[in-house]
Write a protein that binds this ligand. Sequence first.
Ligand SMILES: Cc1cc2nc3c(=O)[nH]c(=O)nc-3n(C[C@H](O)[C@H](O)[C@H](O)COP(=O)(O)OP(=O)(O)OC[C@H]3O[C@@H](n4cnc5c(N)ncnc54)[C@H](O)[C@@H]3O)c2cc1C
Length: 474
Amino acid sequence: QLRPLPAAAAHGGLPVDLFSLSIASKLRTDHNSTAKASTDFGQMVKAAPAAVLHPSTPADIAALIRSSAASPAPFPAAPRGQGHSWRGQALAAGGVVVDMRALGRRARINVSAAAGEEPYVDAGGEQLWIDVLHAALKHGLAPRAWTDYLRLTVGGTLSNAGIGGQAFRYGPQIANVHELDVVTGTGEMVTCSRDKNADLFFAALGGLGQFGVITRARIRLERAPKRVRWVRLAYSDVVSFTKDQELLISNRASEAGFDYVEGQVQLNRSFAEGPKSTPFFSGGDMTRLAGFASRTGASAIYYIEAAIKWMYCWSLSFEPGFVFTKDVTYVQFLDRVRQEEQVLRDANPAGIILMYPMNKDRWDDRMTAVTAGGEDDDDGVFYAVGMLWSALSAGDVERLERQNEAVLGFCDEADIGCKQYLPHFTSQDGWRGHFGAKWERLVELKAKYDPHAILSPGQRIFASRAEKAGIASS
Ligand SMILES: Cc1cc2nc3c(=O)[nH]c(=O)nc-3n(C[C@H](O)[C@H](O)[C@H](O)COP(=O)(O)OP(=O)(O)OC[C@H]3O[C@@H](n4cnc5c(N)ncnc54)[C@H](O)[C@@H]3O)c2cc1C
């Protein structure tokens, strides 16, 4: 059952004059359109917008936002990419959801591969990473930093960070962007980069949609390998597993050809409950792994997943005989989660745990995204741990939420410097703690670029003027 998003629909509805603007024909108010924009991938919350905008150009988005900003009661507006959020981050209760994918009906991916110049791609914020990949590959090129799953939009992942197994080496996707076009919360269309309107550039990258709508990103490209060797190494103890992960992300190893390093934890019991084979592991491999798990009595089997351009001999401590390799095309490798997703959906497992080792120095601290660990951490390594649970039956959501809270509570008590990726808080104190030293700057930039708190209200970081008035009068 979907829960209504609390405290979000406090303003007085859309001003009628919005429908007299040039964008009127692009606003949909029918039930189908608003219902689709009322929830997201997580299906845990719902909040209906009054209308959905199908923009043809970034100027349409600017017109919408200007109209809100000029109204005596500004209404919320949220860009929606693929809606692959799960806490209502792309919803706009009573306001307008901007269906970014409508922009992509025009070809908005342009690759620049002039001889002697560093190649890049200009991609619309609404474009899917899989389409960016295919466009770049026509020139033998590809972006360097990926999410594991490619059917997410450029604007959606750049608003968070965009992490995957390449981040230890190249940083998250936000660290691989040269320039952005952004429509701010005052309806201005601004081009920004490290040298031009730099405060907006750094704010928007990892900015949870709070400072502007990203309508174009210039993304760094490099020559794409045709094939890669995809490797999985199995471990029965977590200490050897993490020691080897950290060895593989060290400079020495990455210079030796490792482009991608990720970890996966498979709970012992899931050998009985999970799929009998996967696109990577054959039925025979799974039987051997299940035997290994039961022989060692380990509560979990840990895999390092890596991609290398050539086979490399290294003093790793994986279980002898438990190295699995596959030679695949680069596209098969990057798009591997697509196939695995189907298998996992059919097998209906309760979830998977991923562990990505990261080098902190590949993250640019001027950007809004925050990372775990303190400045005094000597080794500069932190882990992104993804606990991807699915609720399969009634009561599961509450149970899983309690489980997540317990994990966060444990990290707190054990003083493990931990930050949420794709964060969710119900109070501003929670957000203040999340952003830490960046919070005051964030408040200043919000006042500059979205003074009426119009944008992406589903993140629930800043209250709109109407909400503040509601809070004051209640
Ligand atoms: C199956 C699945 C796999 C995933 N895999 C990964 C992964 O490997 N790595 C990773 O880092 N993350 C991953 N994620 C998380 C994902 O990156 C985020 O949920 C991301 O926001 C999804 O992009 P989207 O296009 O669906 O964004 P939406 O859910 O549509 O939007 C997310 C937020 O960004 C805002 N927004 C959307 N578009 C723009 C824009 N153009 N400009 C400014 N703000 C915008 C929205 O208003 C909202 O607040 C995954 C999520 C799912 C469901």
